[in-house]
Design a protein around this ligand. Structure first.
Ligand SMILES: [Zn+2]
Length: 256
């Protein structure tokens, strides 16, 4: 017993000492508990826009996974969530699945300010890369804008370009049967995966190497984009899901 290690102390001193130990333990656990609560990451998941990209199905795929990762998740079916400046600054990450929508000046400002101040942004396909065609400031933040998908749903290959980055590490090239996005891309992004156009559907783009997955900064915010995910079932391909999930964790600064 601990009391035997304190033979020279009086009875009251022993009690005081044990009390102090007990208090220290309790205080440490309370502190750890607080630290853990403080560390919980929060996500705003915004979905809507063109239904062809199945934003609702994607919400039901990613929101439960986010919760499983320990995120607190707020789901919004309207871009008005971007208007609450104070709340926006408090998130760790914003995921947006919103194709071919219209964003107001105030909503756009709220989103851009939040990301610039350090909130992460992640998304895929048209939900992030073809959201607001009139908004160049938004496109500047994302790092690219969809312009074509020659041939519609076709067979193509995704080539992993960066084998060191945590998002694509350990992954090999893989085949897709979906839309092959042709995008206008900011040369400043860090490209993690690409695809090459065969020229079968549009001959003059034969051999064009197009970024598929990238990461970048916008102010202090991390931005992650993957052009894969035309339909919810595209995420049944393990590589497509893995890339998106890893990208989300990177953008939310889960590890650093
Ligand atoms: Zn699509």
């Amino acid at each position: 017993m601990m009391i035997h290690f304190l033979p020279k102390l009086s009875h009251y001193s022993r009690l005081a000492f044990l009390g102090f130990i007990l208090f220290s333990f309790t205080a440490s656990f309370t502190y750890l508990g607080q630290a853990q609560t403080k560390k919980q990451k929060s996500v705003l998941f915004v979905w809507g826009g063109w239904q062809g990209h199945e934003p609702e199905k994607c919400r039901d795929l990613f929101v439960p996974w986010l919760k499983k990762q320990g995120f607190s998740v707020e789901v919004s079916h309207t871009l008005d969530a971007y208007l609450n400046q104070e709340k926006m600054q408090s998130y760790d990450l914003i995921i947006q699945v919103y194709t071919m929508g219209k964003i107001t000046g105030g909503q756009e400002k709220g989103l851009l300010n939040a990301v610039r101040s350090g909130v992460g942004l992640a998304g895929w396909h048209g939900g992030l890369g073809d959201s607001f065609r009139n908004n160049t400031n938004y496109q500047f933040m994302v790092g690219g804008q969809w312009v074509a998908h020659p041939g519609g749903i076709i067979d193509y290959v995704v080539n992993i370009k960066d084998h060191q980055d945590p998002v694509t590490k350990g992954l090999s090239d893989f085949k897709m049967h979906s839309e092959q996005y042709y995008m206008h891309v900011d040369p400043g992004v860090k490209v993690l995966a690409t695809t090459t156009f065969s020229g079968k559907y549009i001959p003059w783009i034969k051999g064009v190497v197009m970024p598929v997955v990238w990461k970048k900064m916008y102010g202090k915010g991390r931005v992650f984009y993957s052009s894969l995910g035309h339909a919810a079932k595209d995420f049944e391909l393990p590589e497509v899901l893995e890339i998106m999930q890893r990208g989300i964790l990177w953008a939310a600064r889960v590890k650093d």
